[in-house]
Ligand binder design. Sequence first.
Ligand SMILES: Nc1ncnc2c1ncn2[C@@H]1O[C@H](COP(=O)(O)OP(=O)(O)OP(=O)(O)O)[C@@H](O)[C@H]1O
Length: 579
Amino acid sequence: MSKKQSSLQLMGLVLTQKRILFFSILAMFVSVLIQLVIPLIMKYIVDQVIPRQDFFVFGGAVIALILLPIVASLFAMMGNRINHRIGAHVTDTVRLQLFDKFLRLSPAQYHNLNSGVMNQVIGAAGEIGDLYITQIVIPFIFQAIMVAGMISFMLYLNVELTFISLFFLPFVVITSLMLGKKAKGLASDVMKMQTELSSYAIEFFSGLKSTQLFQQEDQERAYQSAWIKQYRKKRNHTFVVGQFAEIMGHVIKSLGFGAVFAYGAWQIFEGRLTIGSLLVFIVYHPQLYAMIEKMQFAYLKTVETWPKTKLVRGILDIEVDRQAGNLIFVETNEPVLSFQNVSFAYEENRGQLSGVTFTIDKGEFIGIVGESGSGKSTLFELILRFYKPSSGQILLYGDDLSSYSSQEIRREITLVTQEPFIWNRSIRDNLRYVKPEATDQELIHACHIAQFSDFLTRLPYGLDTILGEKGVKLSGGEKQRIGIARAILRNPTILLLDEPTSALDAKTEALFQEQLKQTFHDKTILVIAHRLATVKDADRIIVVKDGGIDDIGSHQELMRRGGEYSQLYNEQFGEKEAP
Ligand SMILES: Nc1ncnc2c1ncn2[C@@H]1O[C@H](COP(=O)(O)OP(=O)(O)OP(=O)(O)O)[C@@H](O)[C@H]1O
């Protein structure tokens, strides 16, 4: 999507409210018209009613002068209320659009985003809708109408005096443009600092234990205090720029007012202008500049809001993969999973896989081993389509993985990681997260296979026990068993296990494996493990080395060949125990 299209989207959101926008414009227009008419009534009183001493008309005109501003402000209020509704609509819609986009980002995309960006963007959506659209964009339209109306009336009354009044206008424009440039740079710096703080706030509590353990409280405090100091400096600078714009506005307005008054008086002396007309100019001139000041403010705010609008647009413009889809894997005689000369790198020269080729048949139990950082988890990331291979093909039942949507793939393939994510909700909710319609019986059955039942029965609130943020109230092994129970509930065609039992004791792990093989006897299971005992009984073991496949075979075959696997095995169990 091009930038032009997404910026149109924002205005498009305003236009979806065109019915109420019409009433807002109407209300503001009536208010503007009344305000423009008031000085003309004053002119009429001064030039015609007072000289005629017509007290009846005078009384009526004075009542109109009192009532009209009240009516004008009522209409303005009505317009503002509608504008707020439009702004709220824009905010809500943009927030939801952003959230939908966040939900669809791939790891490659969100790893590049700072974690504070989410806070910033959600806040920015509020600013764009509530402040920018409501208080800047829509009022700007009326201010422009009002300025045009005033200038037309002024020209009609006296051309020379109008030009004198407008003489100072270019100065306002020049100051705005100059200050706008400065304000834009400052706003961008302020936004970057706010994003930094949001990220820091997110990390702060996760890292607090380490901070205390390594006694780095002073360092954290120093970081905060440096941030506060720098932030205050930038904010002060922004404030000074704003104040400078205000002062310049007053100076220009006063100079203009003096010039209009002096030139108008001189024209009265010469009999070329009535007192009433000068009165109109005296009222219009400050009003005109007040409107222009507001437009200047709108410009500066637009410039200030620009980095945030750009950020929101940037997020909305990120292209995401096709997510939805209802294709079902059709089991064929083809291997369930096949890597054909697959290569991939997260970043240039980082985390490379190259020329990976292997085939897995339905119902196989496959172990994956290799040194830390060799690329084992990356294989799973590619299977689940969190990343795409840079070359080669991954086939599912003979079809290229790219012909399935990510939803279709993740419906059939499930991953259990070493540290499953736990929500600060009950055990029931954490389990049902993967299958909302699961009955308690199903949950208990899954917990039984995951060797979690004993723990569950010891809890006073059972499935209703709340687990704390990120599962802080659970041990590593308990968290892993929740992860395993979730996978069992999903009942996938292919189960990927990435060190799912690393925190379990050997006895519990053996019990779990036995249960797993029984329950998933017709499914394909791939297990990554450092502890070779976990995969020793697998049908085949894939040995990964430096981003490539070193060897594939059963435990006995690999031991006989005496390669990387036998070395790893001997390191763990000693030469004596090797078969
Ligand atoms: N998101 C990422 N961006 C950049 N590089 C990454 C990313 N994730 C992993 N890597 C790199 O890719 C390489 C392979 O990582 P991977 O997690 O697949 O290894 P592994 O064999 O599973 O390691 P371990 O046994 O320690 O879990 C590593 O060098 C790692 O630093």
